[in-house]
Design a protein around this ligand. Structure first.
Ligand SMILES: Cc1cc2nc3c(=O)[nH]c(=O)nc-3n(C[C@H](O)[C@H](O)[C@H](O)COP(=O)(O)O)c2cc1C
Length: 202
């Protein structure tokens, strides 16, 4: 099966060691961030915020907060993806403005009532983090498209990451940490279940 998009998915891999000395072009980083910005989100709420960390001391501190995974300290840039929490409360201006884009005019009031019910019955932090993972997936594919390597990092101590970067824990959760750069390793062979085990046609 051949297609340009599948080629990107096949080429992306979790890079566990980056070339320390290589920086990345701002234009390439911009493509990755734009892919995140354009990602779909439930209710169109754009649950994410992207912190770009490039200072060596901050990256070293983040590495320590990520169970000392070396790719975090070695990467040219580490994007910390924050998941909004407080903004998602039904009474915030943020929520109302965003919902009004999806449900203009008279559609807003019933949509807001529906959202209130959803909000009351949902683990909002976990939901917001899951939305950010969608953006992260797009960002990793975009990184491959511009010749960058990446590694999704879900192994971190959230409180330590928040302390290092001065993140307000009442407003944000840490969704994912995304080191970007040029890999020092070669890509391992992709290991995936066969399609027949994953897909059922009904
Ligand atoms: C949400 C998430 C969290 C992950 N956390 C880590 C991590 O903390 N450290 C790591 O080395 N890889 C991490 N990975 C990478 C996976 O281990 C990797 O994607 C998987 O083994 C498949 O390999 P591939 O990405 O090279 O195809 C994470 C991936 C995802 C999607």
């Amino acid at each position: 099966m051949n297609h340009q998009i599948l080629d990107l998915f096949r080429r992306r891999f979790a890079c566990h060691s980056f070339q320390r000395e290589r920086t990345i072009a701002q234009a390439d980083l911009d493509v990755v961030l734009e892919a995140g910005r354009l990602s779909p989100s439930s209710f169109g709420l754009e649950h994410w915020k992207f912190l770009v960390v490039s200072k060596a001391t901050d990256k070293a501190a983040l590495q320590a907060a990520c169970f000392d995974q070396p790719q975090v300290g070695e990467a040219a840039v580490v994007v910390v993806i924050l998941a909004k929490t407080a903004d998602l409360h039904p009474d915030t201006a943020y929520l109302k403005t965003h919902l009004a884009r999806e449900y203009p005019g008279e559609a807003l009031a019933p949509a807001l009532a529906n959202y209130r019910g959803f909000f009351a019955n949902t683990d909002i932090r976990a939901w917001s983090v899951s939305q950010c993972h969608i953006a992260a997936a797009n960002m990793m594919t975009a990184a491959t498209a511009v010749g960058l390597d990446s590694c999704a990092i879900g192994g971190f101590l959230a409180d330590r990451v928040k302390a290092i970067l001065g993140i307000d824990g009442d407003r944000y959760e840490i969704a994912l940490i995304l080191p970007l750069g040029y890999c020092a390793d070669t890509a391992p062979e992709k290991q995936r279940l066969p399609m027949a085990e994953l897909v059922e046609y009904h």
